[in-house]
Design a protein around this ligand. Structure first.
Ligand code: GLA
Length: 392
């Protein structure tokens, strides 16, 4: 856990220059899971869990990175950027490599980062890593790019350098978040609108299972492939179909016999999830919290039974929430196989719920869960510290 001031101090202990300061955001997603790489819709928000970066040019061809939260460092030459065994470093190196590919005249940089964003918990610390560093390099080396282009660059880096075929939701939300708002994003056209995240007498609470199963990284590409397989079969009959976005349940059902059962279930989930998102967006605008809660629960069931990306720890937390008076809905958030659940809770029930769910979870798994209250905030940006540093 580090504050912006801690990061500046750690930077100054190591390096001579005044750094540029960046505050990068984690994200939540209200609904619309595993829809982004299917050209569908998502409803995320940038939240006030941050990674702070202090970053400065050093006039050499070497880059020095220090990850304060895990007390780990890595250095490399910008003339030889290749993946290494440290995943966190790959997220940063991939961004430099993308910028080199665009012809940005990079120099080596010194960089210290850390914050209060839980790692590997479904809040997308990886996108915060990419986006914070990308915004830092863009600012230092005057890259002409919009925030949307920067999100796309970060996503390409995940694909090409880190080897994760992710959608665009996390990077987009981290960079384009806005205070008090969720983003309804069309992942095909990248058209987006802000929807006020006003929840009446309710609040969003995240519960962290504190588990992160290996399957999270191995199964993700499998799901991406399964969806493509479904599309390939349906397209034989409807040549205009490019992605699951273009497929209705009727079309899928008409050709169910040609699809392996598991592929059918994966595709049906994604199609239903897009429909749930449309309804959830209306619920948000009209203040229909109970229905929004039901939709979250339906999404969890789909993720558990049709998409099969849940795990016993997540199912336990959601099951407990579902039966608890004053909790309107809950579901696993993000890729799955661990991390956080997102819970829609009446404010008056919050305290009791958190106390009891924490106790029950410990009794069941012997793990101390954590909870977080989050607020939608403006996305990843350049900031200044108390002494006014931060403009490089
Ligand atoms: C991860 C990926 C996102 C998205 C979610 C699931 O967070 O990075 O692109 O696919 O999983 O919705």
């Amino acid at each position: 856990m580090h504050s912006l001031t801690d990061i500046v101090e750690l930077y100054e202990e190591r390096f001579d220059t005044h750094p540029l300061l960046i505050r990068a955001c984690g994200r939540i997603n209200i609904i619309g899971e595993h829809t982004d790489y299917n050209d569908g819709f998502v409803l995320p928000a940038a939240v006030d869990k941050y990674l702070y970066f202090a970053i400065g040019e050093n006039g050499t061809t070497d880059t020095h990175l220090y990850a304060a939260d895990i007390k780990d460092s890595y250095s490399f030459s910008i003339n030889q950027i290749e993946p290494c065994e440290k995943l966190w470093a790959n997220y940063l190196m991939g961004i430099m490599k993308q910028m080199q590919g665009l012809g940005v005249p990079l120099e080596g940089v010194d960089c210290v980062f850390g914050g209060n964003l839980p790692i590997g918990s479904g809040l997308s610390s990886s996108a915060a890593l990419e986006c914070g560093f990308a915004l830092g390099l863009k600012t230092l080396f005057q890259l002409e790019a919009s925030l949307v282009e920067l999100a796309q660059l970060a996503q390409r880096s995940s694909h090409q350098f880190v080897g994760i075929p992710c959608g665009i939701m996390d990077q987009f939300a981290s960079l384009l978040g806005r205070a008090g708002q969720a983003i309804k994003l069309d992942c095909r056209s990248l058209a987006y609108e802000y929807i006020p995240l006003e929840l009446g007498d309710c609040e969003l609470v995240l519960l962290n299972t504190k588990v992160h199963h290996e399957l999270a990284s191995s199964e993700y590409p499998v799901r991406v492939r399964e969806c493509r397989e479904g599309v390939a079969t349906v397209r034989k009959h409807y040549p205009e179909v490019e992605s699951l976005r273009d497929v209705t349940l009727e079309m899928l059902d008409a050709h169910r016999g040609e699809l392996p059962e598991v592929i059918y279930r994966r595709c049906a989930f994604v199609i239903r999830e897009n429909a749930r998102l449309e309804e959830a967006a209306v619920c948000l605008s009209e203040g229909k919290m109970e229905r929004l809660g039901e939709l979250l629960l339906l999404t969890h069931e789909g993720l558990r039974d049709e998409y099969e990306v849940s795990c016993p720890e997540l199912d336990f937390l959601v099951g407990f929430a579902k039966d608890f008076d004053g909790v309107l809905g809950a579901r696993l958030m993000g890729g799955g196989f661990g991390g956080c659940t997102i819970n829609l809770v009446r404010k008056e029930a919050k305290e009791k719920f958190l106390k009891e769910v924490t106790k029950a979870y410990f009794r069941q798994f012997g793990i101390h869960s954590e909870y977080y209250f989050v607020r939608p905030v403006d996305g990843t940006m350049v900031v200044r510290d108390e002494e006014g540093y931060g403009n490089g």
